[in-house]
Each structure stands twice: as C-alpha cells, then as structure tokens.
Design a protein around this ligand. Structure first.
Ligand code: SF4
Length: 679
C-alpha cells in the first residue's frame, strides 16, 4: 500500500482558502486535513471538507468521461463518447448557432465554483472572448454589492487582515454567518473573547456565532442601513466622532449624517425590530473599544437596500477614526493581490461592442428570448444554475429548451448537467496545479496536483485549450501552459511577490502580500483609500455615475411584497452553496424556520410539512418553530439540490430575478416575500 502526504489548498467559494494536507493512498485521496502552512488557517478546516473530500473526488457522482445526451433535456439520459467526438459535436453545435445568429448568441453561464485563478476563469475566457460570445456580469449573483460598496467608499484596497480580530476589544460581526462560512474568523474572535473582547452580531437569524455573542441585534432583513444610521447618530450625539480624522480623511460626512440623523435609535429600533437600549449599548461599546473591528459578511447585501446597508456600516469606523493600531474593517482581501486579469483572460480578444448580460437575468433571457440575438448556445461551467439562480422555474424553462445547444463542464453529475447536450468531465483541484488568491485574507498560495485526473477528466484549462484548438484558434495564448497562466494571473514584478514568479511559489509556503514597507497591509497604516478623492467617500460620485443618481448616498427603501413573511436563505455548514449537495450529509430536506408567533397564528407546529409559496413557486419543507428567526421572517438554507424536494422546487424558486439591490444589480435572495400554510 503506497501512502503519501501532499500540500494543497481548498478551492471552494469561501473566504478562508485554507492550506491543506492530503493523504493519498494507492492513488486515491484518502484523507484531507488542515495544514499549518498558512498561518491564518493554521491546521484547522471546516467539517465538510474534512469529511467529504474522498467522496467528492472518487464518489459515484463523479464524471469520468465525456457524455452525449440521448433523452429529453432534464431526463438525465446520456451515453459515453470520446473526447474527439465530444469536441466535434460542440464545434458543430456552436458553429451552427454562430452561422445563423452570430457569435453573441453563444453565452457562458458560469460563476465561482473553484476559486483558483486557473480553473476560475483563465483559458475559458480567452476561448469565449475569441469566439465573440456574449459577456456575463457575474457579480450580481453574490459579492458584487458588498464589493461595490467597499470600493465606492474606500477604493480597491484591502481593509485590515482578519488576524486583527484576535485582539479586538469589540468585534462587530455584521450579516456574517461566520460559523458556516468563515470558520477562522470565529476562531480569532474566540481568542479575543478569551482576553475580554466583546462580540456583537447583527443578523436576522440567531446563527451559531450570534449564540456566542455578548449581544445579538436580531434586526429585520433589509433594515441594516437604518441600524447603521442610528448608530452613527447616537455616536455623534455622544461626542464620539473623531473630528480631526473626519476633517482629514472623510468626504461627505455632513451629507451622510443629515440622512442618518433622521433615524435616531428610537425611530430606527421600531423599524428594525430592535430594542433602543440594545442599540445604545452597542454605541457605548463602539465608542470605548480600541481596537475595534467590523467584520461584515455577504448576508446583508442580498436585498433591496444591500448596498446602502453595507456603505452605512462601512462608514462607522470612519466616523470614529478607528483604523490601524489593530482596528479596521475586514474587507477587500481580494485587493491585496497584484492581479493582472487582463493578461490572464485577454478581453482584448473580444470583438468590439460585444454585449454584456447580467448573470441573474439569464433565466429570463433563455426562457423568454428577450435579447437580440437570442441565446442559442450555452457553456455551463463552475456553476449549478438550476439550483442557485433566482426564479428557478423560469431558469428551468430556459434550460429545457431543445433549441439551445448546451455544453456542461463539471466535476459531478449535477442537476444542471441533466439539461446539457454534451457534458465534459472536469478535474477536481486535487488533480491540477493551481494558484490561489483569497477574498478573506492576504496570502497567495500555489498548490500542485496530488493525484492525476480521474478517468478521462481534465482541468478546465486543458478543456478550453482543446476547445480552442478544435475551433481553429491558433494564437499562442491558447497554447499557454498552466505555469504560464499563473504568471499571467499575478504581476511577478510587483514587490509583494518578493522577486518570485507566481508559478514558482513553493506549494507549502504561502506568500503574504505585504505593503512596500514589508509589513502586512493595513488601511491608514501603510496603505490609504484609493477613491478618486483619496478619502473615505461617504458620498460617492463614482457609485452614482455607475449605478444611478440615487447611489450618491446610502438610501432606504421600505419593504414591499404581496405576502406577509420575509424569506431569508443563509448558507449551510454542510455545503458551499450547492457544492457537495449530492453527498450524504446534504441529502435531507432543509427545514423552514418560523417564529412561534407566526406559527401560532397559522395553526402550525414543528415537524409538520408546510408549503412556502408566492407567485413564482411553491416549496414543501418540514417546519421548525423557533425563536432563531424574528416574527415576520422565515429562513431556509440555500443550495439544497432539487432532489431534496418532492416537487423539484427549492427556495430559489421563490426568489425574484427582477428584484435588484441598490448596487451591482445584486440578486435579492434575502428579500423574498412569501406566505406559509399547511401542505
Ligand atoms: S470550505 Fe472554507 S473553511 Fe472549509 S476547508 Fe475550504 S476554505 Fe477552509
């Protein structure tokens, strides 16, 4: 029996990007543990990755060969074909579409399955750009609202490293289900608490980190901007603003505060569903805390006021002047890397005036043919659209169209692959070399393959290399090796690389992205805002220019909706959105959480099957009556596969694809009006 140990990195859509140690036994991934190579993650990983990786790599769901659909779309009937036949079929199918409708009738349908530079989007975009396919604005699905709010306020810079949370006197965790999605933040916060630091959690759901908090502000979804305004107003009244810092470094303070002052704690508390005294307690703690850390997550961006909520929360440390010396905002980690994405993805290959489609609207474009030219060919990769897209039923109608030639590239036979004409088997991150940034910390990592690709699967880079060759693309950029792609992804001449080529970073030695002074990057210590004014912009002309005049300052839009309950959909600690959703830990139907008052008024009790519905769909779930959600709010985990549902609809079926956050066309997953009744 041959056993070996290998350094690796976790690729999943998670801010932590843990370093891993992989035990390979007889050519198979036998065990995955955290390694100590990355000091931040320091040997600890989440349960799902520790438990599920052997099944993820070697399980029966794994795609091992190219497949040709032989039944109706969605029926899951395929037969094995050769790579040559698959590439020929794709070439013929796509060229038929291009000949009739032009290249923009071809579109990618991809998101962020793997987070390495290469598998994420490298050769794939080179190929699609050269093809002239429609472009996709992907950030509306997740992360874009928060990122736009951050960049609009501070510029494309990192805030502070997450390690700072370990020494904070107050950690303010906002819309961040950290125990499920940011486990190392929980660890460093626990360290701070052992040393007397306080923890406040702002979240509509009583998450596990909220259960650990000194104070949980269980606000109504979408009211974050009101809470942040109330905190700002009360901090100002208390004389806690750092006027010298504001004068030197903040733009638009007075305009921001003139809106905020309309929402003192007493008024905001009523709208947020909070107690005035709890808001005032947080005011006292924020004023006193030094260091103070704000650790925002993605939860509060997913609603109509998402951008405003994030911007107003980001304003708080600016008004208090709490930066550097251990204070700051754990945001913008992805900005710490000297990325050279244009070199990696080659947008210069695109024909002029190629259109850009919004990922969140792809279901409508497919189902309703509301774009010209219509979409007639799709490349689905790194994505499970039937499970995760808003308005699932419309996406299903789109994917069912027999006149849309669909190519799927996947690791496992997901429910989205059932709708594809040709399915190509992709390798897992244990089967190719990769370069990993992170959006949650400041370390660049490289990992090498620990086993060869399973069956006939191939890394995404090689799949698109072969596609490019089959389409006759002979530019040298389509022959770039994976090492060359790594060197195209990050600027090797940047001082942060310390003279090392990205492709040469040792697999077990993560590289911290330091400021020019050789220390870790910290806002208002050795780096400064990168906004047009070089100040913190509470009033942002650049956001207004990009997203409309109303984006000049944070605003609040009250709730609308024909149904009385607000559905939120937090992350599961058994999946990464829908990834791993086919493995045994994820096959149960997730419950719907409902407050006892709402259950009593509907005559419902725990354990019964209920239907949760609106005009878009109906989902059957077991009910759990609990104080974990406030009155008027129901919650069910996102990412469950269709097979967990008796009518093939999951909660994405209830989410509007028309509703938009106030920045980045953001999808409003946590702003969904529903009603619940007995099944
Ligand atoms: S999913 Fe996140 S916490 Fe889990 S191993 Fe991967 S990076 Fe680490």
């Amino acid at each position: 029996m041959a056993i070996s140990e290998h350094a690796s990195v976790c690729t999943f859509d998670c801010p932590d990007a843990c370093s891993l140690s992989v035990t390979v036994r007889d050519g198979r991934v036998a065990k995955v543990r955290g390694s100590h190579a990355l000091p931040y993650t320091d040997g600890v990983i989440c349960n799902k990755v520790a438990r599920d990786m052997p099944a993820f790599v070697h399980g029966p769901q794994r795609l091992r060969h190219p497949l040709l659909r032989v039944g109706p779309k969605g029926a899951g009937k395929f037969e094995q074909i050769s790579w040559d036949d698959a590439l020929d079929a794709i070439h013929a199918g796509v060229m038929q579409v291009i000949d009739r409708f032009g290249p923009q009738a071809v579109a990618p349908l991809n998101y962020a399955g793997p987070h390495g530079f290469l598998a994420g989007d490298s050769m794939s975009l080179r190929f699609l750009h050269k093809l002239g396919a429609s472009q996709l604005y992907r950030r509306s699905m997740c992360g874009g609202v928060r990122a736009e709010a951050w960049v609009g306020t501070y510029g494309a810079v990192p805030g502070c490293p997450p390690e700072f949370a370990a020494h904070a006197q107050l950690n303010l965790v906002w819309g961040n289900n950290a125990t499920a999605t940011n486990v190392h933040l929980v660890r460093v916060i626990a360290h701070a608490r052992r040393n007397g630091g306080k923890l406040v959690v702002v979240d509509p759901l009583h998450t596990r980190i909220a259960a650990q908090a000194d104070l949980h502000l269980q606000l109504r979804p979408g009211t974050d901007v009101l809470l942040a305004w109330a905190l700002a107003t009360e901090l100002e009244k208390a004389g806690s603003f750092d006027r010298a810092f504001i004068a030197a470094h903040v733009l638009g303070c007075e305009e921001f505060m003139s809106r905020a002052r309309e929402w003192p704690a007493a008024r905001a508390a009523a709208e947020c569903g909070l107690r005035v005294e709890d808001i005032l307690t947080v005011v006292d703690w924020m004023a006193a805390a030094d260091p103070f850390i704000l650790a925002p997550g993605n939860g509060f961006e997913r609603g109509r006021n998402g951008g405003s909520g994030a911007r107003a929360a980001f304003a708080l440390p600016a008004l208090l002047g709490k930066f550097a010396r251990g204070s700051g905002v754990i945001m913008g980690g992805g900005n710490s890397f000297p990325k050279t994405l244009a070199k990696l993805q080659r947008p210069d290959l695109l024909p002029p005036r190629t259109r850009t489609l919004n990922l969140s609207e792809m279901g409508r474009h497919l189902a309703d043919d509301d774009v010209d030219p219509p979409i007639r060919a799709l490349f689905i990769y790194n994505h499970n659209p039937i499970v995760v897209h808003p308005d699932q039923n419309r996406m299903r109608r789109g994917l069912l169209r027999e006149d849309v030639f669909t190519v799927g590239i996947e690791i496992a036979m997901t429910e989205s692959m059932d709708f594809c004409d040709i399915v190509l088997p992709a390798a897992t991150h244990f089967e190719y070399d990769e370069l990993y940034p992170s959006y949650g910390h400041h370390w660049l990592q490289r990992a090498e393959a620990v086993i060869p690709p399973i069956g006939e699967s191939l890394p995404n880079t090689e799949i698109f290399r072969r596609l490019a060759a089959r389409f006759g693309f002979d530019d040298p950029c389509f022959k770039a090796t994976d090492a060359e792609l790594m060197d195209d992804a990050v600027d090797g001449s940047d001082p942060r690389l310390g003279g090392m080529r990205p492709s040469q970073i040792p697999g077990d030695q993560p590289l911290r992205m330091n400021a020019p002074d050789g220390r870790e990057m910290v806002l208002f210590d050795n780096i400064f805002p990168a906004t047009p004014s070089e100040k913190i912009e509470l009033r942002s002309e650049s956001l207004a220019e990009k997203w409309g005049a109303s984006a000049l300052l944070p605003t609040w839009r009250p709730r609308e909706g024909a149904q009385p309950l607000m559905l939120i959909s937090p992350a599961s600690d058994r999946r990464i959105t829908s990834t791993l959703g086919d493995l045994s830990a994820s096959t149960a139907t997730p419950p719907l959480l409902m407050n006892p008052m709402d259950a009593a008024s509907r005559g419902l009790m725990s354990g019964v099957e209920i239907q949760v519905w609106n005009a878009l769909g109906k989902v059957f779930l077991p009910l759990e009556v609990t104080d974990a959600v406030p009155p008027g709010v129901v919650s069910s985990e996102k990412g469950a596969w269709l097979r967990t549902s008796r009518n093939g609809q999951t909660i994405s079926a209830l989410v509007s694809s028309e509703a938009r956050a106030d920045l980045a066309w953001g999808a409003c997953y946590n702003d969904t009006a529903v009603e619940v009744s007995a099944a």
